[in-house]
Write a protein that binds this ligand. Structure first.
Ligand code: FE
Ligand code: FE
Ligand code: FE
Length: 175
């Protein structure tokens, strides 16, 4: 499909985020598993995985409202962000340090989603798709809340634990 106008661009972006959500749905359980059951971040990832299932369904509803087939289009941005997360999981052995890295990586994912859904809500309204706008706004709110939760978790404990491990390493190196 060639993109000739704002409506085409809008459909194209819906396909982009539909693809991205499906990749995120696969990535979240992998990250949770790597962190293990005792990790609160893993619990948050699992919770957001369930929300992501609902977000995918909402996108399918939007495609239906527009009389379009729900179809993804490869999103290079999400591929890149998720590949960085995969690399961290291979490279970082220390659990506390990995948690700090994955919390930051998950925020990069949420920020991408917030950017996309923010635009999609706005364009839905402009194009007169008010029901789609409502559905997409619901998802945008979930992504925003998730981002805020990740910030709170990182600031309250995750970063601190990673910093403590770093300080212990420094003491050991000095000894
Ligand atoms: Fe999402
Ligand atoms: Fe994209
Ligand atoms: Fe999300």
């Amino acid at each position: 499909m060639s993109i000739e106008n704002l409506n085409d661009l809008y459909i194209d972006m819906l396909k982009d985020i539909y693809y991205a959500e499906k990749q995120i749905l696969k990535a979240l359980p992998k990250m949770a598993k790597k962190l293990g059951k005792e990790s609160k971040l893993a619990v948050a990832f699992e919770k957001h995985c369930l929300e992501t299932e609902g977000q995918i369904e909402r996108l399918e509803q939007v495609f239906e409202l527009l009389d379009k087939k729900a179809k993804g289009k490869k999103c290079d941005a999400i591929e890149g962000i998720l590949t960085e997360g995969d690399e961290l999981m291979k490279e970082v052995e220390c659990k506390a340090t990995l948690e700090a890295g994955l919390a930051a990586g998950a925020q990069a994912v949420e920020h991408y989603e917030i950017a996309r859904y923010g635009t999609l809500v706005e364009w839905s309204k402009l194009l007169g798709y008010s029901r789609a706008a409502k559905l997409l706004q619901e998802t945008l709110d979930q992504e925003t809340k998730t981002d805020e939760l990740l910030t709170a978790m990182a600031e309250k404990s995750i970063n601190q634990r990673a910093l403590e491990v770093y300080r212990e390493d420094q003491v050991q190196e000095a000894a």
